[in-house]
Design a protein around this ligand. Sequence first.
Ligand code: GLP
Length: 244
Amino acid sequence: VIFNNSKEGSLEVAREISELIKKKALKNHQCVLGLATGSSPIKVYEELVRMHREEGLSFQNVVTFNLDEYYPMERSNIQSYHYFMHQHLFNHVDIKPENIHIPDGTVSQDDVQVFCREYEKMIKEAGGLDFQLLGIGRTGHIGFNEPGSHYNSATREITLDHITRVDAAPAFKGLENVPRKAITMGIGTIKKAKRVVLLAWGQNKSEIVKETVEGEISSRIPATYLQEHQNVTFVLDKEAAASL
Ligand code: GLP
């Protein structure tokens, strides 16, 4: 779906998420959301916060699982995804703290595999992801599933692509400060979500959007695996859609 601008697209996605939360609440069900970081979802979170403040949208029945986190990474670090999510969403809504899940950038190297298996198990035990929000990196990554990721991959530790680190460098005030690793949900984890919405804004994303939507499915561009999903929408602005 192509919108005039990122604001219009974000409002529509926030509306879909809020409808899902309310529908689940009416049935006394939890609503399990897979959430993303980066600049792309910021306006969606802004709108959800507004709906909470002005329209009484409640997050009491919401359970969240974030896609990824740098590794290693302290929670209090302003570049952490833990910090990002609290700053943009969790600090401003009534979500129960015990319902928030973000990959833990502080686990020891010896424990990281066990942590990842546990993360997968928690998603499964929550009933799976009802809705997964995604951005896309210039390498074609979703979460931090860099080129070479297996279509069936689960939550795991990965090595970041050079391009991804270059794109993150300004936030870290220099490439040398960008972590080399991350923990990410896998392609297999994302593909099991009942509904997937990928956001891409701006000219910078137009080439990778074209390759993802029109190119052949391949681990070279992990986001192409979404072509196999039964219920996925790409929400784009005109600039991101320009090469289609
Ligand atoms: C990071 C995140 C991704 C995100 C991507 C794009 O690499 N791990 O989840 O989609 O950046 O970021 P942005 O939305 O800022 O373009």
